[in-house]
Design a protein around this ligand. Structure first.
Ligand code: ZN
Length: 491
């Protein structure tokens, strides 16, 4: 990095940290906020955290204003901003440079002189976001605009909301001089959305000793609002594994005025149609089984009845079809899925090309193998002109986190208390998170974005007009504080 660049970065971080000392700029009056029903009356601890949550709203707004769209990421500026906030609290953070302009940040609150990594609790969230299509947003995606009780901006939910919430909880432990029974580590990662050379994979490979932990809380699960009430909290304990497969059709190129039977465009189209309409066999992992068992009791009678029948010999197949058709999420939780995503073919309107290609994005249930799936798909396509090729950079198959751990028990207990009795259900995400890498290092990692969110808001993640209801943010900060306090503080 060149010196003038350092000056720019430092000046930027200083301006932002001044902004951070006026968090009131991001606040809205309580009355304007959409309510989150189902909250239990707040005792003292919650009142303390509500001031903290207001402060954290300001941090979240500032983080949104730091554009960390990946690529290129530029997470270093966000890491420096956080480092400034922590420094004011007397917490020395370490910025770990991963690539030019790209950094992670780690900070630790110690429970004792000698660290015990197997007991430590990691609060992890990522600094980068997916890019935006500005023309499709109704507000500036990096303006942190507040409207009708919502804070708008890229990363509001994924995952700067969690960065700010983790920061609030971490700082509140320090301010209250909490007596910790285990180290609590704050980790902000970079390149989560890209998963490249600056991501957690490399961070673990090079710097594991700096944040080694036995337990982690990360994104991956959600608090699901339905009809204005929390229906359940999905605590992610496992995730599907992603692969890309290239479908390549080859034939003879020639003049489009004399079509031939081996036109690769036609062969590719036929193969993609078969692959896209294919439904892999249903298999229930133990986590998905527990999820559906729990959810059956919360859904309406009809859906509940079919959910409970999915493994019965007589009605099982029909029940699986009803539930699959009712929700793409449920469908993807019970089978491997194949989604054609990219088509490439042709060089000119009057030329039959020699090759046509498609990409399949494949998501396997934990435990399934790609070799078997490739074999099944090859049989399905059944065309000597079409080849399937596995692409590099596959996702990682990791063990699931235990549903018997003390930390899972604490999370389940606290969310049920805080969300009016709506239960925690173990959740197997169809999307990838940094937790797979952590689980491969014996971390009991659980995914829980603690903000109650309706489908309407969840679907804006990675989409347009991403936003978070500030009331949900505040509630999530409080819930996260209670979870961490119950698990890591000696009372
Ligand atoms: Zn994310």
């Amino acid at each position: 990095m060149k010196w003038n660049r350092i000056v720019q970065v430092l000046a930027g971080a200083a301006a932002l940290s001044m902004a951070a000392s006026f968090p009131g700029s991001a606040q809205v009056p309580q009355a304007e906020r959409p309510g989150i029903p189902g909250n239990s009356p707040s005792p003292l601890a919650a009142r303390d955290m509500s001031a903290m949550a207001k402060e954290a709203e300001g941090w979240l707004a500032d983080l949104i204003k730091i554009n960390t769209s990946n690529p290129p990421g530029n997470e270093q500026i966000a890491a420096m901003y956080i480092s400034g906030i922590l420094a004011k609290e007397g917490i020395q953070a370490e910025i770990i440079d991963m690539a030019p302009g790209r950094s992670a940040l780690v900070a630790r609150l110690r429970s004792s002189v000698v660290a015990n990594p197997s007991k430590a609790l990691l609060l992890v969230a990522h600094l980068d976001t997916v890019p935006v299509d500005k023309s499709r947003w109704s507000v500036d995606p990096f303006g942190a605009v507040i409207k009708d009780g919502y804070l708008y901006g890229r990363g509001a939910i994924d995952d700067k909301g969690m960065v700010a919430a983790n920061l609030a909880v971490f700082i509140s432990l320090k301010r209250t001089m909490a007596h910790l029974n285990r180290d609590v580590i704050f980790l902000a990662t970079d390149d989560e959305e890209g998963g490249g050379e600056a991501s957690i994979r490399m961070l673990i490979a090079k710097h594991w000793d700096k944040f080694a932990a036995g337990f982690a809380i990360n994104e991956g699960g959600n608090v699901f609002l339905k009809n204005g009430k929390v229906q359940y909290t999905g605590v992610q304990a496992d995730e599907k594994v992603a692969y890309n497969i290239a479908v390549i059709a080859r034939g003879t190129s020639g003049h489009a005025s004399q079509p031939t039977k081996d036109n690769p465009v036609v062969h590719l189209a036929a193969a993609v149609a078969k692959l896209g309409n294919y439904s892999a066999p249903v298999r229930f992992t133990s986590i998905a089984r527990r999820y559906f068992e729990g959810l059956a009791a919360l859904e309406d009678d009809d859906i509940g009845k079919w959910m409970r029948s999915m493994e019965t010999p007589d009605r099982g197949e029909h029940a699986q079809r009803v539930i699959s058709d009712a929700s793409p999420l449920w469908n993807s939780m019970m089978r491997d899925t194949i989604a054609p995503t990219v088509l490439t073919a042709g060089v000119a309107n009057n030329v039959i090309p020699a090759e046509a290609r498609a990409n399949l994005n494949v998501r396997l249930l934990p435990g399934d193998t790609i070799d078997k799936v490739l074999n099944d798909l090859n049989k399905l396509v059944n065309d000597p002109q079409v080849k399937l090729e596995l692409q590099p950079n596959a996702g990682l198959a990791a063990p699931s986190s235990s549903l018997e751990s003390d930390f899972y028990a604490v999370i389940s207990k606290v969310v049920a208390q805080e969300f009016g009795g709506a239960p925690a259900l173990p959740f197997q995400s169809t999307w990838l998170t940094d937790s797979a890498q952590l689980r491969l290092h014996q971390v009991q990692a659980y995914g829980l974005v603690p903000f109650p969110l309706a489908q309407e808001d969840l679907k804006r993640m990675h989409g347009d007009d991403e936003r978070i209801p500030l009331a949900s943010f505040d509630k999530g900060v409080d819930v996260l504080a209670k979870i961490v306090s119950e698990f890591a503080v000696t009372h």
